[in-house]
Design a protein. Structure first.
Lengths: 401, 366
């Protein structure tokens, strides 16, 4: 048992470190200051192009589709090393992490050739159009309709919570093609040009006051059948590919978020005398157990990957523990700061904790609410009976709204 | 990255699991007070060679390491088989190794002697590192120690005491418990499967181990080792309690469905799983630090201890709750985990003490 890389892993890490040291600093976002969106997007595109040129995008994708043909552990190593810098990766996370793998797994002839390169180089941005106002945790309840019309499908409906839809060139979209089938069976996946007539993107202002998410409205949008991903009626299965890649893409605490050690440091600056004598010790220790426990759990999953195995079920606790712990630690820090904790100024020590307190509320929902994740652990890991799903076998158009 | 046990270590685990599963029949005899431990099972454990696992070959051991000991600790914790494995192998043997008292290792490794630790004294809380009242004069020990785990079963004890040579500090002594000047009486403890005793010494033979005045430093170090090994024992108990809850909830019917299908119970068991996974990861970090003699050991031991207290307490309490009324009965095994969780949370020092250690270690790391 150790934390050492294998010889090959160590070699790859050295190479990655040297490359990042030479290229990452010039692409970092400024500390404690939010860039205006045009500047941020330009920086993000430059960084994406820089990585693509060096072969650090799609590390574990097959070479045949434009990837590097690398191993999952190389993918992990690159991201571990990349986390040491403040890099503008967010706009491409959904596209590279989820949309492109779905596209090259299920897209027909010519699709990979046309779309992988520009996406990898940051020239085209992708978004994922799955959730709807009435289909969140219950994603298979998608209502947006696609009706066949000759070689095209005509699409009407609404998607929501779509990150970067306002910047995106393309999106993958889950649509209902046969409402006479039960909900999981009448779905089909497509990709869509976000500039098609009838696509309207409206920003949603989140509780942070910015507009990272969007609503996307489809009014008689025509999607050619050649943009279908997978068979008609197989959309649910295709979406599982996307979500499987999502699990690889998201994981531990977000880059740049405070850990339990940072909180201990903050507590130390606020406490007179030795910190270990303070009444804070039990709370600080609890945060450490959750936060560091999650990081150590990821190392167990990484070990499985390093040994050429699939990560065990322990990987399922990551987001559940991470989001709530981040929320609790941020709340605790703001309380410790007392009057200073209510400040919203960017130069205040409370600023970062305020940001993560607000953002963590969204993290607890995105990619599965705490409650959905507990259901998943209970059913898929512990083998407990599934929830009663009375709508499962009823034709979708006979369900009560 | 290689942050897991090896295939060989997992094989030891599977072997221990199979072996211990068949050794649970005398559990109730010990629980009812029929004997102080399950001697048949202990003899079988000795035959398996496990007391020798982490003792060097030159001292009659198998020369395996802490990782093998951790795997065994987890399985003993899950099975609850009432043998003095923890006291003798995970604690007394480790104390003797730490103090360099290698002459005693062969008989402990061979299972010819059962050892235990006798540090705590009446009303003294739980600091192994605190200066004791017991004293040694001309190689003879007087005073009393309580509670001593497996104090009735043990043949020898590692005892903390003061003496002229120990100066302002105190020392460690090895005391044969079968000789003159030693009185033992049963001390009722929360856990009826691990019998405790009060030991009274009146000019009992005491052999110094370790350097004079070093008792406090040795105890601090031993506490870190024991915290990691106990974390594995706790983890085994927590996993067993979760397995019990899952099994029972799948068979029990209420309101026309199995209780396992209620989301309130599913989420409770999911939370047990989460805490167990966090405890497992921290325990592994402790195992790594122990086996590598890493400077992170104080931090890793505290993390392992706190996560294990959390996980086992929660799993034992909620397992009983999932069982409902039957879980509250003497006949149910729920009580065994419920009581064991409290024993293990208290016996090495509680959450407060280890939280202070953890925060101190984190503050040093900066």
């Amino acid at each position: 048992m150790d934390f050492e890389d294998t010889l090959e892993e160590a070699g790859y890490r050295t190479q990655v470190r040297a490359w990042l040291a030479a290229h990452a600093p010039a692409h970092e976002t400024p500390a404690g200051r939010t860039l205006p969106e045009p500047e941020f997007m330009a920086l993000a595109r430059r960084w994406q192009a820089c990585k693509a040129a060096a072969g650090y995008v799609g590390i574990m994708w097959p070479k045949a589709v434009g990837g590097q043909g690398g191993t999952p552990i190389q993918h992990i190593i690159f991201h571990q090393e990349e986390e040491h810098y403040r890099l503008p990766n967010v706009p491409f996370q959904v596209g590279i992490g989820m949309c492109l793998p779905t596209l090259f797994t299920h897209g027909g002839y010519g699709v990979t050739e046309r779309f992988v390169r520009p996406a990898v180089r940051g020239e085209e941005i992708w978004c994922q159009l799955f959730s709807e106002p009435a289909a969140g945790s219950d994603l298979a309840g998608v209502r947006a309709r696609a009706v066949r019309a000759g070689d095209d499908w005509v699409v009407n409906g609404q998607k929501i919570w779509t990150s970067y839809a306002h910047q995106a060139d393309y999106g993958i979209v889950l649509l209902r093609t046969d409402p006479s089938q039960p909900k999981h069976k009448g779905l089909t996946m497509f990709y869509v040009d976000m500039r098609s007539p009838g696509v309207e993107v409206r920003p949603i202002k989140t509780l942070l006051g910015d507009a990272e998410f969007n609503e996307v409205f489809f009014t008689d949008v025509r999607i050619p059948d050649s943009q279908r991903l997978g068979e008609v009626g197989e959309g649910w299965k295709v979406s599982l590919t996307t979500l499987m890649f999502e699990r690889l893409a998201v994981g531990g605490r977000p880059a740049q978020s405070p850990d339990a050690r940072a909180l201990v440091q903050l507590a130390g600056t606020l406490h007179q005398g030795p910190l270990k004598e303070s009444s804070m010790v039990e709370s600080l220790a609890r945060f450490y157990v959750a936060d560091e426990g999650m990081a150590l759990t990821r190392m167990r999953s990484t070990t499985a990957v390093s040994r050429g195995q699939v990560p065990g079920p322990e990987a399922s606790i990551g987001k559940l523990v991470m989001a709530k712990t981040l929320q609790d630690m941020s709340a605790y820090a703001l309380e410790l700061l007392e009057d200073a904790g209510l400040s919203d100024r960017e130069d205040s020590p409370a600023h970062t904790y305020k940001f993560w307190y607000l953002w963590s509320a969204g993290l607890r929902i995105a990619g599965g609410t705490d409650e959905v994740l507990r259901n998943i652990i209970a059913e898929r890991v512990l083998g407990l009976p599934p929830e009663d799903r009375p709508d499962r076998n009823t034709p979708f158009n006979q369900l009560k709204a | 990255m290689n942050f897991d046990f090896s295939e060989e270590q997992e094989e030891i685990r599977r072997q221990a699991k199979r072996f211990l599963a068949e050794r649970r029949e005398n559990l109730r005899t010990v629980l009812e007070g029929g004997s102080s431990f399950d001697r048949d099972s202990w003899n079988a454990v000795v035959e398996m060679g496990w007391p020798a696992a982490a003792v060097a070959e030159e001292h009659g051991g198998l020369g395996l390491g802490y990782l093998e000991l951790c795997v065994l600790a987890e399985e003993f914790g899950a099975s609850l088989v009432p043998v003095p494995f923890v006291s003798s192998v995970l604690q007394a043997t480790e104390a003797l190794k730490l103090a360099g008292a290698v002459d005693w290792l062969p008989s402990l490794a061979a299972g010819e002697l059962i050892g235990t630790l006798a540090f705590s004294e009446e009303g003294a809380g739980n600091s192994w590192a605190a200066r004791p009242q017991a004293w040694v004069e001309e190689g003879r020990l007087s005073g009393s120690k309580t509670p001593v785990a497996d104090g009735l079963a043990a043949d020898i004890a590692v005892v903390s005491a003061v003496s002229a040579e120990d100066g302002e500090g105190f020392g460690w002594y090895l005391v044969p418990l079968t000789g003159a000047g030693v009185q033992r009486e049963s001390h009722d403890a929360v856990d009826r499967l691990r019998k405790h005793a009060t030991l009274r010494f009146d000019n009992a033979e005491a052999i110094r181990i370790g350097a004079p005045g070093q008792g406090s430093e040795l105890a601090e170090k031993l506490q870190e080792i024991c915290a990691v090994l106990t974390a594995f024992e706790q983890l085994g108990g927590a996993e067993a309690a979760l397995a019990m809850a899952i099994d029972y909830s799948k068979t029990r019917q209420a309101f026309g469905r199995t209780v396992a299908s209620y989301q309130a119970l599913k989420h409770k068991m999911a939370d047990m799983y989460v805490k167990n996974q966090l405890a497992r990861s921290h325990a592994y970090f402790g195992a790594w630090a122990l086996s590598h003699q890493a400077p992170e050991l104080p931090l890793a031991a505290a993390g392992a201890r706190l996560a294990a207290i959390d996980a086992f307490g929660f799993a034992a309490e909620e397992n009983l709750e999932v069982h409902g009324g039957i879980g509250f009965t003497w006949e149910s095994d729920c009580q065994l985990f419920y009581r064991r969780a409290r024993l293990l949370a208290a016996s090495l020092g509680g959450r407060q003490r280890w939280s202070r250690k953890l925060v101190a270690a984190l503050a040093v790391a900066h």
